[in-house]
Design a protein. Sequence first.
Length: 749
Amino acid sequence: MKPHLKRLIALTLALALLGVSGCTAGDPKSTAPAMGRYVETPAALPADFAMVLGLHAADDGSIELLGYPRPTDGSGHIYLRAYRSADGGSTWTEEQHAWIDDLNRDDNIYAPETVAWDGDGTLYFYLNIYSEDGENGECFARLDGETMVLYDGAVPASSDGSGITGFQVAENGDFILDCWTEFIQVDPATGSVKNVYTAPTADGGSWNDGYAVSGNTLAVSEAGRIVFYDLTTGRETGSLPAQVPPVDTYDGNKYRVMSYGSDGSLYFADPKGLYRAVDGSDTLERLADGALTSLSTPSISRMGLAVPDGGSYLVLGWSNREWLLYSYAYDPDVPTLPDTELTIYSLEEDPLILQAISAFQATDPGVHVTYQTGIPADGSVTRDDAVRALNTQLVAGKGPDVLVLDGLPMDSYIDKAVLADLSAPLEELSAAGGLLTNITVSLARPGGEIYAVPAQFQVPMLHGSDDAMGAIHDLASMADWLESNKPSFRTPFIFDSSRNYLSVLYPVCAASLQDGGGRMDREKLSGFLEQIKRITDLRDDPEEAESENDFTTDFDFGPLGWTAGYNGLDLGNLIHFQGLYAAWTASDAAGDGSTDTLFGGGSFLPVTMLGVSAQSGQQDLAWRFIEAALSDEVQGKAVGRGIPVSAAAFEASTQDTKERTDGVFSTYGTTFYDAEGATVPVNMAVLYPPEEYRAAMAERLKALDSPILYDETVLEIIVDETRDCWSGKTGLDAAVSAIMEKLKLYEAE
């Protein structure tokens, strides 16, 4: 097998000829739309699975699937089942095998964790062993007819202790084990490791994402490319460029799934689409556009890909604890691209927008939604440059139809009549009672005009002891309490850097720092920074605290440190209702403490603020997209950067619909230093709070009435110009002077 790939000239010529042949006799300048594209169709799985172990395209064109269906008899016991489809996943038949009966016996000690098929269709297993003496283990096995044959070779461990999430079988019989950060090539008969394949990343670690084996070639998606290895030598033999997200956005699910077809071509699916790389080619062919399918939907994780003969493809997905299956087949009667285009713009990629695009495309297939972002993931464009480029388009009467206004100069756009008034359609939508109107109409102008609709919101929150919560009502009293109680903690908050302090505290205080004309007041700014300095001076090591490697400011993890005496208070932005659970669990365990909005007010941060360009020629279509973004379907997927504004989705997020029988919501674990500098491992089983608590907090959030609007450029100026004053390298007065000078230049632009 040749690991290098060759250009698909025939397809390019075919598409070119298709465009040329589209001219009509009546109008030589008009062209008929190009026709034909791969269309996605949801396919029914044979059962409601708790776990799917494997999906495989057999040589006879059928599809094999192994998994554990969820029990329907209330027993809680799950049993392995095997299914086969002869029509590309449209219908399924359960298969009966003696080896399945053996594995499902109550006294069986072997439990398949994942499976693989070799090129001849032989089935292999990675098994957990649950022995009666408590000495559990693991092993490999294969099927010989109806008999399961165990391998004597040991299962190797990965270098970082990661478990095996899957494996594939090479032509020479070796197993390629997927251990998250590396692939291990092992001889299953002896357990000897032949090669280890890792992917270097910018932070010096390793990250592999998707892989496939054909013959003795291993294809690995790693660090922005697909790399080919010869399994007989362990050496790299070639590569293809293939974009992956930045490592810091990796959420624990594979970004890309890969498989070889019987034609020798490599196929893979990711949010950008479904691709093929023909053996011997050096480029990729995109079969299906991810933007026109569910592949780009953030709430769906891609879990498997099968390439049966016949030109169709199956992608296995996982979303909201449900397994999904999608089929992709070519339809010559569907336009290659829809004839209407709707353009969406945001400074940075927003998961809720991606979710909304998928839902919108499903109901409006005649519209092609183009999503533009001003700041690429690699940071090659600054925020200021992105805003300038967008403003140039808007001034010229061009630009996107829908604007995500987060980080954009919204007030300036309103003053310059860039945005359309959405009060009428929003009032009609709100009349149905399906929205948290305290959030969605919160940005109304004095005359009733509404130019931006938040699709989500965050809430600055504070959690601490009863003594702290009773004493803190503003920034100064927070500094007072922290100074008085310094012996009881190592650092004020779980995050240490001044950037994080400012990113949470400045937005809440921003309006109070302005003069009567809406500009920054020097004395008020100085007073604000003095209080921040009082708090930052309480950090154990200011130099170390300014490290870029810091905890998130989400209101999730502070209770871990609070229980260990590491941080004195839990401060952060609540981005999902379940973020309250850890704080409640910590207070319940300690018998002390409570949670409330920061300084007890009604403030919230509007997120994913949606507006429509006043110059758009399809404002009705743009509003329909906003309706999709606000819908229960999109809001209920729990994607994005905030709490849903759909009343139904918000209510669902407060309930116990998926509560585990032991009452545990999740588990957290890390290591901290306590007030004396001793190492303290901290683990927390985060529990579901009682219904009364959840109902009270839900009402508290629904009553919020003060949107926080602030200029992110001003925040960045403050962060940049105060960087050295927190550690004492420069004085506070000098920092304030530098900030005021920068603000003058910014306001003059």
